[in-house]
Design a protein around this ligand. Structure first.
Ligand code: C2E
Ligand code: CA
Ligand code: CA
Length: 707
C-alpha cells in the first residue's frame, strides 16, 4: 500500500481524475449521438417517407386526370379500354398510398386534412364510376360536366395533399432545427469540456512540475554541488513526507556521512603522519623527508646528516614511575629537542624513546661534521637536565648516532641503519654520547649477527654444557655442592666462557629454555652424587618476569627425580627492579617448593637491604671483584667485612666467590664468612671431574678439591 501523501498516490489521483473526466465526456457524447440517431430515424420514417408518399399520391391524382381525359377523347374501343384500365389502376394505387400514409401520420392536423382528402377523393371515385357506367357517346357529351365536377374534387384532394406536404415540410424543418440545436449545444459543451480538460491537464502538469520535477531538479543540483566538493550545501526537500523527502533525507545522511568520512580521513591522515603523544612527525614523514633530502643530494644540491637519538634510562622511568610519567618525560624531552633543532630541519619520533633528525648541511661548506657535532652536543646537554614529574625528578640521557649523506649511504635504509649502528655504539661507549658512523662498526655488527647464528647452532647441537665449581664450607672445609656454570664446547674455538654467549642467548630470547636445559643436564650429572650435595643454578632477570617459570622448573626437577631441597638458585638484583611484585611471586613459589634463593654478585648492584628483607632471601654471594681486590685494597676488605656484618645481622649465610689464595681464605674465614668458592678450591670443571670429587670421602679440613 502507499501513503496518501506519497508521490505515487498523487500521480494515481491525477490519473484517476483524468480518466473520470474522459469517461464523463465520452458518456455525454454517447448520449448526444443517441439523440441525434433517434432524430434521424424519425426524419427518415415520417417526414421523408411521408413526403415521398404524398408526391406519389399527387402524381397518381394527375395520372388519373389524364387517363379520364384520354377516355373522353377515345375514338376506338382499344384506346377506351386502355384508358379505363389505367384510370382503375391509378385509383387503386392511390388507395394503397393513402392507406400507407395513414399508417405513418396520426397527428390531428393530418387526420383532418386526410378526412378532407378522403371525402373529395371518395366523391370523385363515385362520380368517376358513374361517368364510366355511361355509354361512350353519352360519356363524351357529359364529359365537360363531369370534368368540371371532378376538377373541384381534384383541386380539393390536391390541396389536401399540398397541405399535408406543408405539414411534412414543417415537421422536417422542426426535426432539422432540433438536430441543429443538439449539434450546437454539443459543440458548445464539447468546447467547454475541452477547455476544462486543457485546464486540468495544465494544472496537473504544473503540479507535477512544481511538486515533482522541480524538487527533483533542485535535489539533483544540490547533488552535483556535493559531488563537486561543496560539503556545506543544504539538501532541499528534506522535510517532505514522501518518496522525494525520503530521498532527500537519504542524500542528507549521505552528505553527513561524507563529511564525517572526510573528517576522519583527515584525522587518520594526521594520525598516520604525526605522533599523537608529542605531535612530532612520525616514521612515515621522516621517510618522505629523507627521500626529498636524498633527491636534493642526487641533484648535487646539499649534503645532510641523519641523527638518531635514543633515550638512556627511559625504561626504568616507565617501570618505576608508570607510563603516564613516561609520557610526561617524553613531552618534556620533545620540547627540549624542538628548542635546539633548527626550524627547517626535520624532527621525528620514530619509536618509544627514539627520535630522528634530518639536519641540512647546505651552508656548512667543506666541514660536514661541525654542525652535527654542535647539534648533538646541544641535544645531549638539553636531555641530560633533570625532568620534574610532580615533586620528583628523573634523569634520562640521550645517545646519538650520526650518519652523513652521501658519505655513509645514498638511500634511506642505508642511512638509518648507519645512524642506528652509530647510536648503538654510543650506548655501548657509556651512554650520553654521540658517535659518527664508521665502516668498522658495520663489520662488528656483522660479527655480532654471525655470533647469534653460531649460538643458535651451538644450542641446537647441544654444544653448551654445564660445568661445576665447588662450594666449600669454610669452617670445616667440607664440600657442600656445586654452582652450575655454562661452557660452550665450540668445534673451532674450544671452550667458550659464558660471558660471551649468555648475553647472546638473552638477546635471542632463548634464556628460559637454556636455563632449563642446563638444569636438566645437571640433574642427570648429579644423579649418582651424594644426596646432601647441592646444585646452584644461575637464573637470569628474564626468568623472574615469567610467572610460569617456577612450574616449568619444578616440572624438570620432577622429571629428573631431583629433590627441590637440593637446588639453590642465584639471582642478581637487576632481576628485581624491573617488576618486583612478579619477581617476588616467582621466588615465593620456588621457596615454597623448598628451593633456596641466593642473591648473587652482592655489592655490585643496588645492595638493597629492602630486597634482602622483603624477599626473604636465603643467602648472599659477595661479588668476586671485592674478594679479589682484598689483597691490595684495604677499602675492599672493609666492604667485605661490612657485608659479612650485614649478613650476620640478617641471619643470612654468606658465600665469598673468587677465592684464589689461602691468605684471603683465612681472612674471610676469620671474618665469619660461611661458604667459599674460587679457583683456590677448584676451577669450574666438567661433569666427569665433578663426579670424582663428589664421590671422594669428605672430611674436615680438606679444603682443596682437585679431581
Ligand atoms: P657468576 O654467577 O658470578 O659466576 C661466578 C664466576 O666467577 C664464574 O665465571 C667463575 O668461573 C668465576 N670464578 C670463580 N672463582 C674464581 C676465581 O678464583 N678467580 C676468577 N678469576 N674467577 C673465578 P664464569 O663461569 O665465567 O661465569 C660468568 C658469569 O656467567 C657467571 O657469573 C654467571 O653470571 C654467568 N653464567 C654462567 N653460567 C650461567 C648459566 O648457566 N646461566 C646463567 N643465567 N648465567 C650463567
Ligand atoms: Ca652465580
Ligand atoms: Ca657472582
Amino acid at each position: 500500500m502507499f501513503k496518501l501523501s506519497s508521490v505515487r498516490a498523487r500521480l494515481i489521483s491525477y490519473y484517476l481524475l483524468s480518466v473520470a473526466l474522459l469517461v464523463g465526456v465520452s458518456v455525454y457524447a454517447l448520449i448526444q449521438m443517441l439523440a441525434l440517431d433517434r432524430l434521424t430515424e424519425s426524419l427518415d420514417r415520417r417526414w421523408i417517407v411521408g413526403t415521398r408518399v404524398l408526391g406519389e399520391m399527387a402524381d397518381l391524382l394527375s395520372e388519373t386526370r389524364l387517363a379520364e381525359t384520354r377516355l373522353a377523347l377515345a375514338m376506338d374501343q382499344q384506346t377506351t379500354d386502355k384508358a379505363v384500365a389505367d384510370a382503375d389502376g391509378f385509383l387503386t394505387s392511390l388507395g394503397y398510398q393513402r392507406a400507407a400514409y395513414g399508417l405513418l401520420h396520426k397527428t390531428e392536423e393530418e387526420q383532418r386534412l386526410l378526412a378532407t382528402f378522403d371525402s373529395a377523393w371518395d366523391n370523385w371515385v363515385a362520380q368517376h364510376r358513374a361517368w364510366l357506367a355511361l355509354p361512350p357517346d353519352q360519356r363524351l357529351a357529359t364529359s365537360p360536366a363531369f370534368q368540371s365536377g371532378a376538377e373541384a374534387l381534384y383541386q380539393s384532394a390536391d390541396d389536401a395533399i399540398d397541405a399535408l406536404g406543408d405539414v411534412n415540410a414543417a415537421g422536417a424543418a422542426a426535426a432539422g432545427a432540433r438536430a441543429d440545436h443538439i449539434v450546437d449545444t454539443s459543440g458548445t459543451i464539447f468546447g467547454i469540456v475541452v477547455f476544462f480538460a486543457l485546464l486540468l491537464a495544465s494544472w496537473v502538469t504544473w503540479i507535477i512540475h512544481s511538486s515533482i520535477s522541480q524538487p527533483l531538479a533542485s535535489i539533483t543540483k544540490a547533488l552535483s554541488e556535493l559531488a563537486a566538493g561543496n560539503r556545506g550545501i543544504v539538501i532541499p526537500q528534506v522535510g517532505r513526507h514522501d518518496e522525494i523527502g525520503s530521498m532527500a533525507a537519504a542524500f542528507e545522511v549521505f552528505r553527513n556521512n561524507a563529511v564525517k568520512l572526510e573528517e576522519s580521513q583527515a584525522l587518520a591522515e594526521a594520525l598516520a603522519r604525526y605522533d599523537t603523544l608529542t605531535g612530532l612527525a612520525n616514521r612515515r614523514v621522516l621517510a618522505e623527508e629523507l627521500e626529498k633530502a636524498l633527491s636534493r643530494v642526487d641533484r648535487g644540491e646539499a649534503p645532510f646528516a641523519v641523527l638518531l637519538i635514543d633515550l638512556d634510562r627511559f625504561k626504568p622511568v616507565n617501570d618505576i614511575h608508570g607510563h603516564s610519567a613516561g609520557d610526561l618525560v617524553l613531552g618534556e624531552i620533545t620540547a627540549r629537542l624542538r628548542a635546539v633543532v633548527r626550524k627547517h630541519d626535520t624532527l621525528a619520533r620514530i619509536g618509544g624513546d627514539e627520535f630522528a633528525i634530518i639536519c641540512d648541511l647546505a651552508d656548512e661548506g667543506r666541514d660536514s661534521t661541525s654542525m652535527p657535532i654542535a647539534l648533538a652536543e646541544r641535544i645531549i646537554a638539553a636531555v641530560a637536565a633533570p625532568v620534574a614529574i610532580g615533586t620528583r625528578m628523573v634523569e634520562v640521557g640521550a645517545s646519538i648516532g650520526i650518519a652523513l649523506c652521501p658519505a655513509d649511504g645514498v638511500n634511506a635504509e642505508a642511512l638509518l641503519r648507519a645512524a642506528d649502528i652509530a647510536m648503538y655504539r654510543a650506548k655501548q661507549a657509556g651512554r650520553g654520547r654521540f658517535r659518527f658512523y664508521e665502516e668498522s662498526m658495520d663489520t662488528e655488527l656483522k660479527a655480532k649477527a654471525a655470533m647469534e647464528a653460531d649460538v643458535q647452532r651451538g644450542l641446537a647441537a647441544s654444544e653448551i654444557e654445564p660445568h661445576y665449581q665447588a662450594l666449600i664450607e669454610l669452617s670445616g672445609g667440607r664440600l657442600l655442592g656445586f654452582e652450575i656454570l655454562a661452557r660452550w664446547r665450540h668445534p673451532e674455538k674450544g671452550l667458550v666462557a659464558p660471558d660471551l654467549f649468555i648475553p647472546v642467548i638473552e638477546r635471542l630470547g632463548l634464556m628460559t629454555e637454556f636455563t632449563l636445559t642446563m638444569l636438566r643436564r645437571a640433574c642427570l650429572d648429579a644423579k649418582e652424587w651424594p644426596a646432601d650435595l647441592k646444585l646452584s643454578l644461575n637464573v637470569s632477570p628474564h626468568e623472574l618476569t615469567d610467572v610460569l617459570f617456577p612450574v616449568r622448573l619444578l616440572a624438570v626437577l620432577a622429571e629428573k627425580d631431583f629433590k627441590p631441597s637440593r637446588l639453590e638458585i642465584e639471582i642478581t638484583e637487576n632481576a628485581l627492579v624491573a617488576d618486583l611484585a612478579t619477581a617476588k611471586t616467582i621466588l615465593q613459589a620456588l621457596q615454597n617448593a623448598g628451593i633456596k634463593i641466593a642473591l648473587d654478585d652482592f655489592g655490585t648492584g643496588y645492595s638493597s637491604l629492602y630486597h634482602l628483607r622483603e624477599l626473604k632471601l636465603d643467602k648472599i654471594k659477595i661479588d668476586r671483584s671485592f674478594i679479589k681486590s682484598m689483597k691490595d685494597n684495604a677499602e675492599s676488605t672493609k666492604i667485605v667485612n661490612g657485608i659479612l656484618g650485614l649478613a650476620k645481622s640478617l641471619a643470612l649465610p654468606a658465600t665469598a666467590e673468587g677465592i684464589d689464595d689461602a691468605d684471603i681464605l683465612l681472612r674471610l674465614s676469620d671474618a665469619g664468612c660461611e661458604i667459599g668458592q674460587g679457583n683456590y678450591f677448584g676451577k669450574p670443571m666438567p661433569a666427569t671431574d665433578a663426579s670424582k670429587i663428589a664421590r671422594q670421602p669428605r672430611g674436615k679440613g680438606k679444603l682443596r678439591v682437585v679431581a
